[in-house]
Design a protein around this ligand. Structure first.
Ligand SMILES: *Cc1c(COP(=O)(O)O)cnc(C)c1O
Length: 411
C-alpha cells in the first residue's frame, strides 16, 4: 500500500517512516480514494489477450480518468503496455517521466510552435487537420526531428480528424516513403451500442482509407470498440474507460473488474423528529423519528449534487456498516446526510467510514444517479481524498501462445 501524502503536513523536524506517515495520514483523512492497480492491470490484460495479434495501448488522459496518470502508466508499462495516449502536452510530460521508453501520443494535436515541446520529451502529436500537418512538417524539416506522429481521420464523429478527401490527398506522400507517420487512426462515435448503424459505417470507411496508408499501423477502437469483434481491432486498440472498471458493454454485464473505491468519514450522528427537514432548501422531510449520519464528502469531492434526494425523489445510496442507506436531502459542498434509521444503533458511529463507491456500488450506478456517465464520475473525483494505491508491481508476462477469440456480446 502506498499513500500519497503532502510532505508539508509532516510535523516539523520529524523523520517518520513512510509507513508511519501513511498511518498518520489515514487516521486523520476525512475521505479516502483507493485505486486498485492490480485490477487495472487485469482489465488491460483481458483486453490485450482478446485483441491479439493487435497491440493494446493504454489511454491515460485526464490523469488516467482521475486514477493517477503516473501510477497507472507505470503499472501498465510493467504489465507490458508499450503505447499510451494522453490529451495534452502537460499530461504527456507526466506520463513520459513515469514511462521513459513508451510511445506516447497526444490526442489534442499539434499547435504552431509546439514542435520543440514535443521533441524535448519525445512524444507524438495526433494530427487532425491539414494546417497541423503543414506546421508539423515545417518543424520536422527545420530541425530534422523524426519522432513520429499519428494521422487522425474523421469517419463520422465530426470532432477531430482529416476529412476523407483530405486523407486521400496525402496518400501520394505516404506512398513516397519517409513520411514520418507512425499510426493512422479514427474514433468510434457509438461503439457502446452494439447494433448502432454508425459502427458498421465507420468500420467500412476506415478500412478503406486505412488500407491506402500502406505500411502504417491502423487503430480504430476505444474500450467499447474492443468488444465489437475482430474486424474492429486493426493493429492497435485504445481502451480507456474499461481499464478503470467502467462497463464498456452497457447492454450486457460488466466484463471488467472494479478499480476505484471511495470512503468518507461520519463526522456526526444526529437524531431528528418526524416532520423536520434536512439540508439546504429543506427539500427532504423526516417521515419518522430519524437518525442521520453526516458524512464528510460532497460535490467538491465529485459526489454530484444530482445525487440529492427530496420528498418526491430518492437519491443515491451509500453503504454504511455493510448496508445500503439513502442520501437524505441535498448534497452540499463538503457534506451529505445519510438516513441510517434502519441500522442498529451501534452500527453507525462518529468516526466510522462509509462507502460511496465500492461494496457493490459501481461507478456506473453512481453515474446513473447523477444523470451522467462513469467517465464524468471518475474524472470529477476531487483533490481532497487521501489516495491509496494497491498493487501494481506486475512483471511482464509472455504473450499467450494461442490468442483467445475476440469477445462478442450476444445481440
Ligand atoms: C478517450 C479516447 C479513447 C478511449 O476511449 P474509452 O471510451 O475511454 O475507451 C480512445 N481514442 C480516442 C481518440 C479518445 O479520445
Amino acid at each position: 500500500m502506498n499513500i500519497v501524502t503532502d510532505p508539508k503536513f509532516a510535523p516539523p523536524g520529524s523523520i517518520l517512516s513512510a509507513e508511519a506517515n501513511q498511518a498518520a495520514a489515514l487516521a486523520t483523512a476525512t475521505a479516502i480514494l483507493t485505486v486498485d492497480l492490480d485490477a487495472i492491470i487485469a482489465n488491460w490484460r483481458k483486453i490485450e489477450k482478446s485483441a491479439v495479434p493487435a497491440e493494446c495501448a493504454g489511454v491515460v488522459k485526464a490523469n488516467a480518468y482521475g486514477c493517477g496518470a503516473e501510477q497507472v502508466a507505470r503499472a501498465l508499462a510493467g504489465a507490458g503496455c508499450k503505447t499510451f495516449f494522453v490529451a495534452t502536452l502537460d499530461e504527456a510530460r507526466v506520463v513520459r517521466a513515469a514511462v521513459p521508453a513508451a510511445a506516447i501520443y497526444v490526442l489534442d494535436g499539434f499547435f504552431q510552435n509546439s514542435g520543440e515541446a514535443y521533441a524535448r520529451i519525445d512524444v507524438r502529436p495526433v494530427i487532425g487537420d491539414l494546417n497541423e500537418l503543414a506546421e508539423w512538417d515545417v518543424f520536422c524539416r527545420r530541425t530534422g526531428w523524426a519522432g513520429g506522429a499519428a494521422i487522425h481521420i474523421d469517419t463520422g464523429m465530426n470532432r477531430l480528424g482529416l476529412t476523407l478527401v483530405e486523407a486521400q490527398g496525402i496518400i501520394p506522400r505516404i506512398n513516397a516513403g519517409d513520411h514520418g507517420i507512425t499510426l493512422v487512426m479514427s474514433h468510434l462515435a457509438c461503439a457502446e451500442t452494439l447494433n448502432h448503424p454508425l459502427n458498421a459505417k465507420q468500420l467500412a470507411t476506415f478500412r478503406e482509407i486505412a488500407s491506402l496508408f500502406s505500411g502504417v499501423p491502423a487503430s480504430l477502437s476505444n474500450s467499447s470498440g474492443c468488444f465489437l469483434g475482430a474486424p474492429f481491432q486493426f493493429d492497435l486498440v485504445r481502451p480507456g474507460c474499461a481499464l478503470y472498471g467502467i462497463n464498456p458493454t452497457p447492454e450486457a454485464d460488466n466484463p471488467m473488474q472494479p478499480v476505484v473505491e471511495v470512503k468518507a468519514r461520519i463526522v456526526q450522528i444526529r437524531n431528528i423528529e418526524k416532520g423536520e427537514s434536512v439540508g439546504y432548501g429543506g427539500t427532504w422531510t423526516a417521515r419518522r423519528p430519524t437518525r442521520l449520519a453526516i458524512v464528510s464528502a460532497g460535490y467538491a469531492d465529485g459526489y454530484f449534487r444530482a445525487g440529492s434526494s427530496n420528498d418526491g425523489t430518492r437519491g443515491a445510496e451509500v453503504i454504511v456498516a455493510g448496508k445500503r442507506c439513502p442520501v437524505a436531502g441535498r448534497i452540499s459542498m463538503d457534506l451529505m446526510a445519510i438516513d441510517v434509521t434502519d441500522l442498529d444503533k451501534s452500527a453507525a458511529r462518529r468516526g466510522h467510514m462509509v462507502t460511496l463507491i465500492g461494496e457493490g456500488i459501481t461507478v456506473d450506478e453512481l453515474a446513473h444517479h447523477f444523470g451522467t456517465i462513469g467517465y464524468e464520475v471518475l474524472t470529477s473525483l476531487g483533490p481532497r481524498y487521501a489516495r491509496i494505491y494497491k498493487g501494481g508491481a506486475a512483471t511482464e508476462q509472455p504473450a499467450a501462445a494461442t490468442p483467445e477469440p475476440a469477445p462478442v456480446i450476444p445481440a
